[in-house]
Design a protein around this ligand. Structure first.
Ligand SMILES: NC(=O)c1ccc[n+]([C@@H]2O[C@H](COP(=O)([O-])OP(=O)(O)OC[C@H]3O[C@@H](n4cnc5c(N)ncnc54)[C@H](OP(=O)(O)O)[C@@H]3O)[C@@H](O)[C@H]2O)c1
Length: 247
C-alpha cells in the first residue's frame, strides 16, 4: 500500500519503520523539509519527502503531529480524493496545545474532522511512544498489545485496522468517532498496553468526567519525573503509571 506519514517524531518514526518493514511504500514528511529527516528514520521502504508529496498519490495518509498543528496541514489534506483514508494519531494536551483550543468535553477527532473538512480514523493514539517502538509483535503472539480504532466510514475502519495489524498490534473496532473519547488520554485503555481480551472492558469503563483529570495528573507526574514535557519515559514506567491512574 502507498502510505504518507506527516510527522516523524516519537510516534511517526516507529509507524514508518514498522509499516515499511511490513512491505508498504512509505513516504515521510516533517515541517522543516526532507533534508532534515534523520537517516535512521529512512529504514526499509521509507523515504523522505515534502508535506505536499507525502499527501500525493497515497492510499492512506497518517497524521502524527501535535493536535495544534492540524490546521497548518489542512491545505495539504484538502486536495485528497475521498477514497484516501486519513488516520490521525493525535491527542489533546491543553498545556502543550493551548488551553482554549478545544472546549471541555469536545471529542478530539470531531475537532480534527472539523479542521480538515473530511473524515478521519483515529488509531495509534492510545499507545505510548516507547511501547510503540518496542512492543510490535507478529500476529498471534500471546503478548501482542491491542489498540482501538475508531472511524465513521467502513472503508476507513477496515484500512486503519489492517495497518494497525501490519504495524505489529492487534486492532479492535472501537466504533464511530463519536465514541472515540473512550480512547483519549486519561481513559482505561490509554497507555495501559492491554490485550485484545482486555480492551473491550477498558473502553466500556471509560468515564468522560474523570479522563481529563487523569490525563493532567499523568502529565504532572511525567514532568516531575523527567523534568520537561517532551521527553518520553520508559515503557515500563509509563505503563505502570497509566495503569495506576487510568484503570
Ligand atoms: N509521544 C507519545 O507517547 C504519543 C503517544 C500517542 C499519540 N501521540 C500523539 O501523536 C502525535 C505526535 O506525537 P509525537 O510524540 O510523535 O510528536 P513529536 O515527537 O513532537 O513529533 C512531531 C512531528 O510532527 C511534525 N510536525 C509538527 N508540525 C508540523 C507541520 N505543520 N507540518 C509537518 N510536520 C509537522 C514535526 O516536524 P518538525 O520537527 O520538523 O517540526 C515532528 O516530526 C501528537 O498528536 C501526540 O499527541 C503521542
Amino acid at each position: 500500500m502507498r502510505i504518507g506519514i506527516i510527522g516523524v517524531g516519537n510516534i511517526g518514526r516507529s509507524l514508518a519503520r514498522n509499516l515499511g518493514r511490513s512491505g508498504h511504500d512509505v513516504k515521510v514528511a516533517n515541517s522543516r523539509g526532507p533534508q532534515t529527516i534523520p537517516a535512521d528514520v529512512l529504514t526499509e521502504g521509507v523515504r523522505a519527502v515534502t508535506v505536499a508529496e507525502a499527501a500525493a498519490d497515497v492510499d492512506a495518509l497518517i497524521l502524527s503531529i501535535p493536535l495544534s498543528s492540524i490546521p497548518r496541514i489542512a491545505p495539504a489534506v484538502a486536495g485528497l480524493p475521498s477514497s484516501v483514508t486519513v488516520i490521525d494519531t493525535s491527542n489533546y494536551y491543553p498545556l502543550r496545545d493551548g488551553e482554549d483550543l478545544l472546549q471541555p468535553g469536545r471529542v478530539e477527532s470531531e475537532w480534527v474532522i472539523g479542521q480538515l473538512g473530511r473524515p478521519v480514523a483515529k488509531a495509534w493514539n492510545s499507545i505510548g511512544s516507547a511501547s510503540l517502538a518496542e512492543k510490535g509483535r507478529p500476529s498471534g503472539a500471546a503478548d501482542r498489545v491491542a489498540l482501538p480504532v475508531a472511524a465513521d466510514r467502513p472503508q476507513d475502519r477496515e484500512l486503519a485496522m489492517a495497518l494497525v495489524d501490519d504495524s505489529g498490534f492487534d486492532a479492535y473496532d472501537a466504533g464511530p468517532i463519536a465514541q472515540s473519547w473512550r480512547q483519549q488520554p486519561g481513559t482505561p485503555c490509554y497507555g495501559t498496553d492491554l490485550t485484545l481480551d482486555e480492551l473491550p472492558g477498558a473502553l466500556a469503563a471509560a468515564d468522560p468526567e474523570r479522563a481529563p483529570r487523569r490525563r493532567d495528573l499523568i502529565v504532572a507526574a511525567i514532568q516531575e519525573k523527567v523534568g520537561d514535557s517532551t521527553t518520553n519515559p520508559s515503557s515500563d514506567w509509563s505503563v505502570a503509571l497509566a495503569r495506576l491512574i487510568n484503570m
